[in-house]
Design a protein. Structure first.
Length: 659
């Protein structure tokens, strides 16, 4: 089916109309059947937050009840449900199987080349037990960190839950990061083993993983290799195949009763220095937040819903809303191995139709890509089963919101814009779809139990409508516990600015007259490219490690596709000239050091960088230049002439592009 000009015109007009709508109440039918449709939940949670969180924790299966709901005697080191014992894999699997739900599909998995695998809760339960035993056979014990570097295949879920079953914190690294990044993360977390694959498939091509991992050398005793693509795979000492150790392992493995505060996982995320932060999550509190928010924000009815989150498990969204939340709630999910435009740009919608997806969760950047590709792709498929849409990762521009609402949701589905972070573990600010009137571009209000405030530099709440710093004012169960082996950095990053009882988010935000939060973006040197968090310092240090580079300043420039784009201003060593070949070389260099996702979109050669008299690079001015804005105050520059040259370079490039 092709979209003719007149229907495209009609769509554009409808979107214009929707952009005029200030707020979207829950569709009547949706509100009637919603799990939560009484706004009194907010007051009930606020009246007694601890009782509220206890109630949420009771939705899980505990081996033994906790003694202290919240221990806040040592802020900002909070603990939740101390004294209680629990196991994540038990809550995701055993209890559903025991309740007779073993035959329910946990994942409809779809491979890139169209392969389909339906994995039931019973199968997952069996695989996880066996792999937990296999890990033990390899000498992995409770407390040992296990790295996971896998594509979007069912084995990644098995690996995570098997680690959780025996109390070995997992450390998943997104497949888009380079082996060098993996190595660094394995080193700093002192991982004992790494679970990876022979290769990965991407848009019809196969790339070797095991071999590229070997090239940098991993500091782990054991590497476990999943045979996924059949690509050539060198095996050395300490290397074992997943299927072989599975075959050799015993079938039954009881889930270990772990302290509520036992670390469930570490996930490295970018901060404002070149060193990634090892965000550490607990078991009991994290699981409580994951199950609770997945249920209420997506209005999950596990018997009838089919849920599809398009994220990668390598990010927190995948941890919480592909693995732990959905499985704890007994949901049936779709898991897709490939890219959103392979085999064609309608693959997501094909999957929605094929499996009858009712709840769909993706990122604004993906929605913008879909808009660009055109409505004919979703138009090829029956999306009438969809009843709720979600977004996460960055502010959603109202245009993308109304497109999503109209084209994908058929104006029947609430759109939940969910604000949260790797650190928060689970969604903090989002609509309750049966209650909240949504405003396109706003994540709306903190969930029941969450307290947020927009403050000024002194920590005082700013007036409604004024921009300020977003903070979270009360501890919540799924908050990070610390930065792995770096308590000092944990305190300095999140609790130095406003004291140990106010969590500093790092985002700018404002609150409107209806108490709705509008998150604007980061206030630190952290970039958000396509919803992926990246550190300017990390990219700069990668660029500078190239022998021809003297200095580099990296900024995120506003980009209509990816939200922000990486732009590097680079000065070269000595008399070296910037050439197109060198641009390509530097981009590849960054891809090798960090990963393809960090590859600069633009490199601008500079004879000098704008610095203050004390030598600090003024990134603000570079952002002005890259985004084509009038320059801000330049009087504090050591050498204001630097800016003239950079402006000329940028303008010349624009002319080239226009020509
Ligand atoms: C940062 C956290 C949480 C999973 C994905 C990213 C930005 C996230 C939203 C949203 C506006 C958002 C914030 C936040 N962000 N969701 N709905 N509206 N901004 O996790 O890598 O830890 O990044 O992403 O800036 O601080 P992350």
């Amino acid at each position: 089916m092709s979209v003719d000009a007149s229907s495209h015109e009609a769509l554009a007009q409808r979107l214009e109309e929707l952009l005029e709508v200030e707020s979207f109440p829950p569709p009547e039918e949706f509100a009637r059947d919603a799990l939560l449709n009484d706004p009194a939940v907010y007051e009930r949670a606020a009246a007694d937050p601890l009782a509220w969180w206890e109630e949420q924790a009771r939705a899980l299966d505990w081996f033994s009840e906790w003694e202290t709901t919240l221990n806040d005697s040592r802020p900002p080191f909070y603990t939740w449900f101390e004294g209680g014992t629990i196991n994540a894999s038990y809550n995701c699997l055993d209890r559903h199987v025991a309740a007779g739900l073993g035959e329910r599909v946990a994942f409809h998995w779809r491979g890139e080349e169209g392969e389909e695998r339906d994995i039931t809760y019973a199968q997952l339960h069996a695989d996880v037990q066996r792999f937990a035993n296999a890990l033990r056979d390899q000498g992995i014990e409770a407390g040992d960190v296990v790295g996971i570097y896998l594509p979007m295949i069912p084995e990644v879920v098995v690996a995570m839950l098997a680690c959780a079953r025996i109390g070995a914190p997992h450390n998943v690294v997104f497949g888009g990061f380079s082996p060098e990044s993996v190595k660094e993360r394995m080193e700093v977390s002192e991982a004992k083993a790494l679970i990876t694959a022979d290769g990965a498939r991407r848009k019809g091509r196969t790339a070797a993983i095991k071999q590229s991992v070997d090239e940098v050398g991993m500091p782990v005793a054991t590497t476990i290799v999943v045979r996924h693509t059949g690509i050539d795979c060198p095996m050395g000492e300490g290397d074992v195949f997943y299927d072989e150790i599975m075959d050799a392992a015993a079938a039954d493995c009881e889930a270990v009763a772990l302290d509520a505060e036992h670390p469930l996982f570490i996930l490295y995320s970018s901060g404002s220095t070149a060193k990634p932060k090892g965000i550490l999550h607990s078991t009991g509190g994290y699981l409580t937040g994951a199950a609770y928010t997945h249920r209420i924000v997506f209005d999950l009815k596990p018997e009838t819903d089919v849920y599809f989150c398009s994220a990668d498990v390598g990010w927190i969204t995948g941890h919480t809303y592909i693995v732990y939340g959905p499985l704890m709630n007994g949901a049936t999910s779709v898991m897709y191995e490939g890219a959103p435009d392979y085999p064609d740009k309608d693959i997501w919608w094909e999957l929605c139709e094929r499996y009858g997806v009712t709840l769909f969760y993706t990122a604004p950047t993906a929605i913008r890509a879909c808009m660009k590709w055109g409505e004919q792709y979703p138009g090829r498929h029956d999306l009438s089963k969809l009843r709720l849409l979600g977004t996460v990762g960055e502010p959603i521009n109202p245009k993308a919101w109304v497109w999503y609402y109209h084209v994908i949701g058929g104006e029947r589905c609430p759109v939940v814009d969910t604000w949260w972070q790797t650190e928060t573990g689970s969604i903090m600010i989002a609509p309750l779809p049966g209650i909240t009137h949504c405003k396109p571009g706003s994540a709306t209000q903190p969930l029941p139990g969450v307290v947020a405030a927009v403050v000024d530099e002194a920590g005082d709440e700013v007036a409604r409508g004024k921009q300020g710093l977003l903070t979270l004012r009360q501890p919540w169960p799924s908050m990070l516990r610390t930065l792995y082996r770096d308590d000092e950095r944990y305190v300095a990053t999140y609790f130095e600015k406003f004291g140990p009882r106010t969590y500093f988010v790092g985002d700018a935000s404002r609150e409107d007259a209806d108490d709705y939060f509008w998150v604007i973006g980061r206030v630190d040197d952290v970039l958000n490219v396509s919803g992926h968090r990246m550190s300017t310092a990390e990219i700069e240090s990668a660029v500078v490690s190239h022998p021809k580079v003297a200095e580099c300043a990296t900024i995120g420039a506003a980009d209509e596709d990816t939200g922000q784009a990486v732009v590097c201003f680079v000065t070269l060593e000595g008399e070296l000239e910037g050439t197109d070949e060198l641009v390509a070389e530097l981009r590849e260099h960054v891809a090798r050091k960090i990963g393809k996702l960090a590859r600069p979109k633009r490199i601008v050669w500079a004879d000098d960088l704008p610095k203050t008299r004390s030598g600090k690079i003024m990134r603000r001015l570079l952002r002005d230049i890259a985004e084509g804005r009038e320059l801000g105050d330049v009087t504090t520059l050591r050498d204001p002439a630097v800016m003239g040259q950079l402006e000329q370079r940028i303008a010349a490039r624009r002319d080239e592009a226009d020509a």
